[in-house]
Design a protein around this ligand. Structure first.
Ligand code: PEP
Length: 249
């Protein structure tokens, strides 16, 4: 299984800056290593400009968010079909900033996963516990709930090639505090077991990414851990140089 190395550019960069970073990144990566797949999720504003650059280099372009409807009166939102129209192949759902800053609930996140898959996007369901939940010993309970609701409607139709889960402990996102190897191993083993029980046919092959302060100097150790099938990178993906080092780690 190829490792999925994903960048989340969040709400950063102008179109010009995004194009420049994508060009630098694809230049630095050169020929893609056989065991890696690269995905960049920029802001919607620059998708049209950045998609062709990524595609030409064999990388994927993804969206950070969408609304789960074909079209309609949803002011300010964007539909999966509009993303596909721009050349997007992937999308995130349930990123911790959408859960905790924008108040997205498990039920809406589950609808996004189902709708995105049905529209033909590769969906990355992001899950993870807060520091309070970790201290209260609720990690497994939280991850189980987020997986069950995130995948509630896709149990029979999901195909492993179209679905990934990103384990991103909230306390490690953008904080510089990375989860230790034992913490990553334990969480990913739990997610794998849960995926196998929710999706008996495909759960063993759904990629599980780690996210949370991944940097060039810790990426190699993280990516080689059991059940770590890729990474989702925020801050360190904004510069082509550091993200290319992570991709090639
Ligand atoms: C993210 O945004 O998904 C993320 C993991 O951010 P960072 O790498 O900055 O912690």
């Amino acid at each position: 299984m190829k490792k999925l190395m994903a960048a989340n550019w969040k709400m950063y960069k102008t179109v010009e800056e995004g194009v420049k970073t994508a060009e630098e990144l694809t230049g630095l990566l050169g020929e893609m290593p056989a065991d890696r797949e690269v995905l960049v999720c920029p802001s919607l504003t620059m998708l049209q400009a950045v998609c062709p650059i990524l595609k030409q280099a064999g990388c994927h372009a993804g969206a950070q968010n969408f609304y789960p409807s074909k079209q309609g009166a949803f002011t300010g939102e964007i539909a999966p079909e509009q993303l596909l129209d721009l050349g997007c192949t992937h999308a995130l759902a349930g990123h911790s900033e959408r859960r905790h800053v924008l108040g997205e609930m498990n039920e809406l996140i589950g609808r996004k996963v189902t709708f995105g898959l049905e529209a033909g996007l590769h969906m990355i369901l992001c899950i993870g516990e807060t520091i309070v939940e970790r201290r209260l010993g609720q990690i497994e309970e939280v991850l189980a709930r987020q997986l069950e609701s995130g995948l509630a409607e896709v149990l029979t139709t999901a195909r492993a090639e179209n679905l990934s889960v990103a384990y991103e402990p909230v306390w490690a996102i953008g904080t510089g505090e990375v989860a230790g190897p034992d913490e990553v191993l334990a969480a990913h083993a739990f997610v794998r077991a849960k995926l196998k029980s929710l999706l008996p046919q495909e759960g063993g092959r759904v990629r599980i990414l780690y996210g949370g302060s991944v940097k060039p100097d810790n990426a190699a150790a993280i990516i080689r851990l059991d059940n770590v099938d890729g990474v989702l990178v925020g801050g360190a993906s904004l510069k082509a140089d550091s993200f290319s080092q992570i991709v090639l780690a």
